[in-house]
Design a protein around this ligand. Structure first.
Ligand SMILES: [Fe+2]
Ligand SMILES: [Fe+2]
Length: 323
């Protein structure tokens, strides 16, 4: 196993250069896969909320399932979050639970974590479902880095930063590939990314403080904690595909985490007081982790988060603000 120390890497990169709140309860619709020959939907009281998916959300909590299910065929164009299978959709009261189920950089729009639909039947197995959520987040990380490239270009960032951010976006394509493969293996069926609907115009921003805020939340916190957890959790897993995937992710996410601190260090130097205020407020955002990392870490999760905060995030934040 590769031995690298994350904090020195962050400090070095700096020198060189989720939102944690849960969403509101809303009335929406959630769907589940049904058999190809199904002609009707089970009534809402027969449906387990854990089998239902809300389109575009990575992690959801469903309070109630109401009314009659609507049967949609595989080729129906309704945006249900997953394609290629027949599904039953129900009106639900649900919230996007937000705890970041990325093992790295999440993609935000209007303060909400956003992922693409997926192709293939929605898996029932909890571990397959959790890895599918992680895979969709990896895929969305490509968008997060692509947007960061445009934002950085809009504020005149140096070529060395652009090169690293573009390389990181390509790493995320590979992360999406290996995590979709792992999820497909666990689900026993082919799963792949579908369309990601961007609700905001992707015009680059020129507000350095806003760019810095997102870079702290998505990168300095999201990728640093993702890298730290992936490395630590992998150490305790038995040999196998899950451990191999986590180690591959940790190798890259450590580099991405360090890059994020470097990006913010550059923004701080160029943007002055407004950027500093945004960075200080972003660093106060709580660190929340859900999904597959929470499943694999189990009871150790709270301790690992505390340790990662104390050993990596806090000293890196102090060094950033002291510069
Ligand atoms: Fe990453
Ligand atoms: Fe990643």
């Amino acid at each position: 196993m590769k031995k690298r120390s994350l904090l020195p890497l962050i400090l070095l990169t700096m020198a060189a250069c989720n939102k944690g709140e849960k969403g509101e309860w809303v009335e929406t619709s959630a769907c589940m896969t049904v058999a190809e020959d199904a002609t009707s939907c089970p009534s809402s009281d027969e449906v387990q909320s854990s089998e239902l998916w809300v389109s575009g959300w990575c992690a959801d909590e469903i309070k109630s399932v109401e009314g009659q299910g609507t049967l949609l065929l595989a080729d129906d164009e309704a945006d249900t979050g997953f394609n290629d299978s027949n599904k039953c959709c129900y009106p639900v009261v649900a919230r996007n639970t937000e705890p970041n189920c990325a093992i790295g950089r999440p993609f935000h729009e209007q303060g909400q974590i956003k992922v693409a639909a997926f192709n293939g039947p929605a898996p029932h197995d909890p571990l397959a479902k959790a890895w599918l959520e992680a895979a969709r987040m990896e895929h969305a990380s490509v968008a997060a880095f692509s947007r960061l490239t445009l934002d950085l270009m809009a504020v005149g960032a140096p070529l060395s930063l652009l090169a690293q951010v573009q390389a990181a976006a390509l790493d995320e394509v590979e992360h999406a590939r290996i995590t979709f493969a792992l999820a497909s293996g666990l689900a026993g069926t082919e799963l792949s990314p579908g369309p990601l609907s961007f609700s905001e115009a992707l015009a680059p921003r020129t507000d350095m403080a806003a760019i810095a805020f997102d870079a702290v939340v998505e990168g300095c916190i999201g990728e640093t904690i993702g890298a730290y957890l992936a490395r630590r959790v992998a150490q305790d897993l038995p040999p196998g595909e899950q451990r191999d995937v986590l180690e591959a992710l940790a190798d890259d996410e450590e580099r991405h985490a360090a890059l994020s601190w470097g990006v913010v260090a550059w923004l701080l130097r160029e943007g002055g007081e407004p950027v500093r205020a945004a960075v200080e407020s972003a660093l106060q955002q709580p660190t929340e982790v859900g999904g597959v990392m929470a499943i694999l870490a189990g009871e150790d999760l709270a301790g690992l988060l505390e340790q990662g905060g104390r050993e990596i995030l806090d000293p890196a934040a102090r060094a950033l603000l002291a510069a």
